[in-house]
Design a protein around this ligand. Structure first.
Ligand code: COA
Length: 316
């Protein structure tokens, strides 16, 4: 209680008291929200565990039933055989559907991610966050490629110093290492990146390490063209609201994809051939370049032939 000798609180301090009360109420509210949030996180992780167990059990039961159906197929009446066929055709879709559901659950990292990141969960919780991560990956490739191109041009035309050359190759080692990690995360989130492209980046990491002892120029322009093609694909698929298997059915997307590929592929194949001619004098690097040439060339051909087969289009 205030005594007579104590002065009246000034207007300023009254405002402080009033604001403090408001802040205090806000803080209590935040604490309550935090409690609810933690509770829900706890519920979600319990649900994830039981959901993952359900999926696993269901997958096993499916296999058991399929085996049983095969065994008891002999001597069935026509009606029963028809019913079995119907069950089979209905069950055919289930494994893919289960896989798609599983893509939204946390899962154990593979060996590489476990070694690099430990046991942290890298599975993104929604389709949009997976898409955003893929976008960011493509942008990352583009931005670092710009930096590499500038640095490589400086090395080539302006600064012929060993230090700048080493910096360029160090950046390449870091870039390719980062790509292998990001690609492993993308694959863990359901991306269909061919194994070769990841292997390519492991080999490129090694190669860049080797090139720290001698100089090399990489075909940056190819990465620009790839960025243009890949970001175009992503943009169109997002605009159509479709991804993966469904994209084969979208006419407009297909014709854009083939136009993009017809433009890109001659440059890619030229880049593959020119990379094999780089540095024949450095034996380790030469082996890597030959390996990269063979892998890039055959994988790109395989991708194009697969697309040609699925889309039934003659591109050349
Ligand atoms: N690096 C990383 N990811 C790649 C890739 C590459 N080189 N090529 C394809 N992918 C990804 C796609 O983005 C797609 O990802 P998603 O499942 O997350 O959507 C997935 O792999 C499947 O793509 P796919 O249908 O096989 O091919 P595409 O139509 O996306 O691309 C090419 C076709 C030919 C343009 C592409 O394979 C390519 O760029 N190849 C040449 C690469 C090369 O030669 N690099 C070395 C020179 S710098």
């Amino acid at each position: 209680m205030r005594t007579a000798s104590q002065p009246e609180p000034s207007g300023g301090i009254r405002n402080v008291f009033r604001d403090w009360e408001g802040l205090d109420r806000e803080f209590q509210q935040i604490q309550e929200t935090h409690r609810v949030y933690m509770q829900k996180l706890d519920d979600v992780s319990k649900l994830q565990l039981s959901f993952a167990a359900d999926i696993k059990r269901h997958g096993k039961n499916q296999k058991d039933l399929s085996r049983l159906m095969e065994k008891s197929r002999k001597g069935l009446s026509e009606e029963d055989a028809k019913k079995v066929d119907m069950i089979k055709s209905q069950m055919k879709e289930w494994p893919r559907a289960l896989l798609e559901m599983e893509a939204f659950l946390p899962k154990k990292n593979g060996l590489y991610l476990s070694l690099v990141l430990g046991s942290v969960n890298v599975n993104l919780p929604s389709k949009s966050s997976k898409g955003a991560y893929k976008d960011e990956y493509e942008q990352f490739k583009l931005y670092v490629t710009v930096v590499l191109l500038v640095l490589a041009s400086l090395c080539l035309f302006a600064l012929s110093y060993r230090f700048v050359d080493a910096l360029l190759n160090f950046l390449l080692v870091w870039f390719y290492c980062t790509l292998t990690i990001r690609e492993s995360i993308l694959i863990s989130n359901g991306s269909r990146i061919k194994g070769w492209w990841v292997v390519h980046h492991y080999v490129a990491t090694f190669l860049s390490g080797v090139m720290l002892t001698c100089s090399c120029r990489t075909p940056c322009f190819l990465q620009f063209l790839q960025y243009y093609y890949q970001s175009g694909c992503l943009y169109r698929l997002r605009a159509l609201g479709q991804r993966h298997n469904l994209d084969l059915t979208v006419e407009g997307f297909q014709s854009w994809m083939w136009r993009g590929l017809t433009f890109l592929l001659p440059f890619l194949f030229f880049g593959h051939v020119s990379s094999v001619r780089n540095h024949p004098s450095v034996s380790v690097a030469a082996v890597c370049f030959v390996l990269l040439f063979l892998g890039n060339f055959s994988t790109t051909l395989a991708v194009v032939r697969h697309k040609e087969h699925c889309h039934g289009k003659d591109i050349f």
